[in-house]
Design a protein around this ligand. Structure first.
Ligand SMILES: CC(C)(COP(=O)(O)OP(=O)(O)OC[C@H]1O[C@@H](n2cnc3c(N)ncnc32)[C@H](O)[C@@H]1OP(=O)(O)O)[C@@H](O)C(=O)NCCC(=O)NCCS
Length: 140
């Protein structure tokens, strides 16, 4: 099995290709580049120099964190890469905390991917005291 390596930068082309590989809608390139530039932390899995997975952290630098663009190319799924990608973001958040501080981490699970996030400690919503996560796209 080829060796998997991890890095913390991504080109806009790698980002576009990973999104395309799982059938997600294209993001206009300039907008995608701004998103990359403004991410707090990005972890990318590579095999032979090729990006095969990614996870991206955005947030306010305070206590609010959002995990997005968690992608592993289909042929590399089921090998623990997705888990390592998300764990690296969680570790980054934990390392940034001082004693007594807390951070919340939000993620919007794709349909059927809830168990993946539950295995990483996320609590599904709605729950007894938590409403649904909600989203909308704004197009122009
Ligand atoms: C979701 C995704 C990132 C998971 O990546 P992966 O590398 O295949 O996941 P891993 O091999 O690290 O799996 C980690 C754990 O989650 C579980 N898991 C992964 N995908 C799962 C699924 N669809 N349903 C149930 N459990 C799942 C694994 O069994 C494993 O459990 P374990 O730790 O008990 O062994 C990958 O399937 C993917 O890219 N899908 C398409 C894009 C997508 O939907 N991303 C999520 C957006 S919110």
């Amino acid at each position: 099995m080829a060796e998997i390596q991890y890095k913390h930068s991504i080109t806009v082309e790698e980002y576009e290709n990973l999104r395309k590989s799982v059938g997600w809608r294209p993001i206009e390139r300039a907008q995608a580049q701004i998103g990359i530039n403004n991410s707090r932390y990005i972890t990318v899995a590579t095999v032979n120099g090729q990006a095969v997975g990614m996870a991206r952290l955005v947030g306010d630098g305070g206590y609010v964190n959002v995990i997005c663009d968690v992608i592993v190319r289909e042929e590399f799924q089921g090998q623990g890469i997705g888990k390592r990608l998300v764990l690296s973001l969680l570790e980054y958040i934990r390392e940034g905390l001082s004693a007594g501080q807390s951070s919340i981490v939000y993620v919007m699970a794709a349909k059927g991917k809830e168990p993946f996030y539950e295995s990483l400690g996320f609590v599904p919503r709605p729950a007894d005291t938590l409403g649904c996560g909600m989203t909308q796209w704004i197009d122009k």
